[in-house]
Design a protein around this ligand. Structure first.
Ligand code: UTP
Length: 297
């Protein structure tokens, strides 16, 4: 039996340059899919997986993100007075228990690995999850919950993985698989952004991790890797090199890369169509737009 995973790190200190100019004043994590910011999807997923402590690694200009989790008494009173119970319930999901949330600063964007390492003192000697809010995953059972359940069986480190076309491997960390057990694979290596011809498989790592505290040690001693940044992938690959278990987990669900404009738009369409209150009108609109576009071509 493994120790429960109750802490999660949300590295949100990146510059978000792919969404400029919006991210000049709005944190990327506050960008909204239908009516919920990306960060809310990540928090809901973490809660469903049993996470109790939420650690945000932030940077300059992320104030809106911190404000988002404050209790808004004025808004709450106003909704209570007007009896808007549905809206009150929506608002409740954004409230965090006192002491459940911590904000740390990453003073310089030195990479994802560095951002995770910034949280080392709050993690201590426990296993922990890392959630990248850019990756939004639509699933019947939330992705991190699937992983926590699998981790109870395997222990070690676990990364979420999905098959991608070979020509896309250069955008991901890619797993070298030593044993394929279906939803869980054992790895013998991990390569950051390999060219198609160098990729050991087409099983790519995406933004959900369950990691052992040893990863913090590895990050502590690690030299900058690809792009001059401290890479989380390198710290995980070190585990494999030193003979400790690292598993890939093929989650069930659809992942959207909301760190890119195309991925964000796809997620917006998909989540919009999944909403009973919007579906009919939105589906009709998409059908009309598609028809007009086809006619114009
Ligand atoms: P990205 O590579 O997507 O970078 O980081 P970014 O800055 O968010 O976005 P672009 O590429 O400029 O558009 C992946 C994740 O790692 C975090 C980011 O906040 C994002 O969640 N990150 C990255 C940090 O917290 N610190 C860093 O130094 C780098």
């Amino acid at each position: 039996m493994q120790r429960n995973v109750t802490k999660a790190i949300f590295p949100v200190a990146g510059l978000g340059t792919r969404f400029l100019p919006a991210t000049k004043s709005i944190p990327k994590e506050i960008l909204t899919l239908v009516d919920r910011p990306l960060i809310q999807y990540a928090i809901d997923e973490a809660r469903d997986a049993g996470i109790e402590e939420f650690i945000f690694v932030t940077s300059r200009g992320k104030g809106a993100l911190e404000d988002y989790f404050d209790h808004s008494h004025e808004l709450q009173n106003s909704l209570e007075k007007s009896g808007k119970k549905d809206l009150l319930k929506i608002l409740e999901a954004t409230n965090m228990d006192s002491g459940a949330i911590a904000y740390l600063r990453q003073h310089k964007a030195l990479g994802l690995g560095h951002a995770v390492w910034c949280a080392r003192r709050l993690i201590g000697d426990e296993p922990f999850a890392v959630i990248l809010t850019d990756d939004v995953i639509a699933a019947d059972k939330p992705c991190l919950q699937q992983m926590v359940e699998a981790y109870q069986e395997t222990g070690g480190c676990m990364v979420a993985a999905m098959e991608v076309p070979m020509e896309k491997t250069s955008s991901y960390g890619v797993l070298d698989v030593s044993e394929d057990m279906g939803s869980i694979v054992r790895t013998r290596g991990m390569v950051e952004k390999p060219k198609k011809e160098d990729a050991p498989s087409n099983l790519a790592v995406i933004g959900r991790y369950i990691l052992t505290p040893q990863i913090m040690e590895n990050l502590h001693n690690q030299a900058p890797g690809a792009g001059g940044e401290i890479q989380l992938t390198d710290a995980i690959a070190q585990e494999i090199r030193e003979g400790r278990d690292v598993f890939g987990f093929r989650f069930r669900g659809q992942r959207f890369d909301c760190g890119t404009k195309a991925g964000f738009l796809q997620a917006t369409v998909s989540f919009g169509l999944a909403r009973p209150d919007l579906r009919d009108e939105f589906a009709q609109f998409i059908a009309d737009v598609t028809m007009l576009q086809n006619a114009a071509e």
